[in-house]
Design a protein around this ligand. Structure first.
Ligand code: FE
Ligand code: ZN
Length: 511
């Protein structure tokens, strides 16, 4: 008689739970050393349900299929000079931001999930973490491979890994993930699986991938699609994790709420870079940051937190501030990068007339009042051959590491400054959210590697901007500075036969 065929659930159980064993000559607390340090109480790990019930053999089969399709498309893209189909060469700078700022985080996510997977006694959790660790490794690889086509033709990509650990603005994403992986395992899952993957990921992936589609970048669209089905799993895991922890013990609620407050704020601050990309770096825009925040956070996020209210979870602290700031952050960030374009491995520019009109229409309360005059002034300077580069260095927030560019809520013309004293030193913050995070764990954040402090202490290659740029592995005048004066633009015009007789103005020295 033939053996009864197992259904999916039984098969999954055999291939996961049944592979585990109980320790007989080691104590559980010696094997899983980080299980109690955060105060989270888990009574029954078997309650952890993986909604996908993927076995390892099915997992590798699906992923292998996706890889085959992806690499076929990347090959076709390379053979057909796909990089020439983008709207214009300004767009490529969004990819430089992605490769330097986001792809290394995929690698950190891989490491993070591998580490926490080792810490959990539950097999369901171990398997989910292991699969996500492998997914994240795949993401960084596919991103690097896809974008390598652009690296053959455009400047600024070649040192992304070196730069991630050094360049001032990359300290923002780097410190975000360093903070997460140096937390305990439950906090890591709340930070990355829930707050980032579940609540905020639509605001990272959607803008870059639909931005790519709008701007003719089929290579990036393809890795986006390939990552998306993994993303669906990750988001489900994020929600399951939160519900699992909350259902295990009532004492877990205040701890989890505090983590949600912290990681919402950290993730939201990180998205400042995405806001800027959406409003300024896409020659063809998808939607404004303001619209994206309304749709993905205020509406979708609002519904999620209403749903979580039955567990006692409330909306993250300071979410109201993000709603007020949605009118400001993209402009403040682009202005900052315009000022420091000599120290970043991508180009900046002032928006053209049509783009200024779009910004005025999307930001009726703030753009014309606060930001248009700056851009008009800078464009004027540039025309006179005096493209502005800011020679001083800004004060950074100790927590998010972004320069102090965020407004006071009751007066958007004022910059918000907060500070705390700790063991005789003063630390500075961009917001109440960042100050709270520091005040809760000062011994962690006093260790922040703040790029501006490091430059002033002489730890970044030397005392001059030239020294620092060299230490960043950036070729001055090639990888950085104004788009109008860049070799990227000159090449693009040549390739697309838009070259005029007129000489492109030479680069301007740092003032
Ligand atoms: Fe990923
Ligand atoms: Zn901050």
């Amino acid at each position: 008689m033939a053996a009864k065929k197992m259904n999916l659930r039984e098969k999954y159980t055999r291939m996961t739970r049944d592979l585990a064993w109980d320790f007989s000559y080691q104590r559980d607390e010696d094997v899983y050393k980080q299980m109690t340090m955060e105060g989270i109480k888990i009574e029954d790990w078997d309650k952890w349900e993986d909604p996908f019930r993927l076995t390892m053999d099915a997992y590798w089969k699906y992923q292998g299929e996706k890889e085959r399709k992806l690499y076929a498309i990347i090959d076709a893209f390379a053979q057909n000079n796909g990089h020439l189909n983008v709207t214009d060469a300004r767009y490529v700078n969004a990819l430089k931001l992605f490769l330097t700022g986001v792809s290394p985080l995929e690698y950190m996510a891989h490491r993070g999930f591998a580490m926490v997977g080792r810490q959990f006694p539950g097999v369901g959790a171990q398997v989910a973490c292991q699969m996500q660790a492998v997914d994240e490794l795949r993401h960084v690889q596919t991103q690097v491979h896809t974008i390598s086509q652009y690296n053959k033709y455009f400047n600024g990509f070649q040192e992304f890994r070196h730069q991630h650990d050094r360049v001032w603005y990359l300290s923002v994403p780097k410190s975000f993930f360093d903070d997460a992986v140096s937390a305990g395992p439950f906090e890591f899952l709340t930070a990355i699986s829930f707050s980032f993957e579940y609540v905020l990921t639509n605001l990272l992936f959607m803008p870059f991938m639909s931005g790519a589609a709008y701007n003719g970048d089929m290579a990036t669209v393809t890795f986006g699609f390939s990552a998306q089905s993994d993303e669906a799993r990750h988001m489900t895991l994020g929600l399951e994790v939160i519900k699992f922890i909350l259902e295990q013990h009532p004492d877990n609620l205040p701890i989890v709420q505090k983590w949600i407050d912290k990681w919402f704020w950290r993730g939201y601050r990180l998205l400042t870079l995405v806001a800027m990309m959406m409003d300024y770096m896409l020659p063809k825009r998808v939607m404004s940051w303001r619209e994206a925040w309304e749709m993905y956070f205020e509406q979708n996020g609002g519904a999620l937190f209403e749903d979580l209210a039955r567990y006692g979870i409330r909306k993250p602290k300071y979410w109201e501030q993000s709603v007020v700031e949605k009118d400001v952050i993209s402009h403040a960030a682009w202005g900052t990068f315009y000022n420091y374009a000599h120290a970043a491995p991508f180009h900046t520019w002032t928006p053209n007339d049509e783009e200024m009109e779009w910004l005025s229409a999307k930001y009726p309360d703030t753009f014309d009042k606060y930001f248009r005059p700056r851009y008009e002034h800078w464009a004027e300077q540039e025309k006179k051959g005096e493209r502005f580069y800011n020679p001083s260095l800004p004060m950074l927030c100790t927590t998010c590491q972004i320069p102090m560019v965020f407004p006071e809520l009751d007066d958007l013309a004022l910059t918000c400054y907060r500070s705390s004293e700790y063991e005789g030193d003063t630390y500075h913050f961009c917001s109440d959210g960042c100050k709270d995070i520091f005040d809760n764990e000062p011994e962690k954040y006093v260790q922040s590697w703040l790029p501006v402090h490091q430059i002033y202490q002489g730890n970044c290659g030397g005392a001059t901007v030239e020294d620092v740029v060299k230490w960043y592995h950036m070729e001055d005048g090639v990888d950085n500075r104004e788009y109008l004066h860049s070799p990227d633009r000159r090449n693009w015009d040549k390739w697309t036969k838009k070259a005029t007789e007129e000489e492109v103005p030479p680069k301007t020295a740092v003032g």
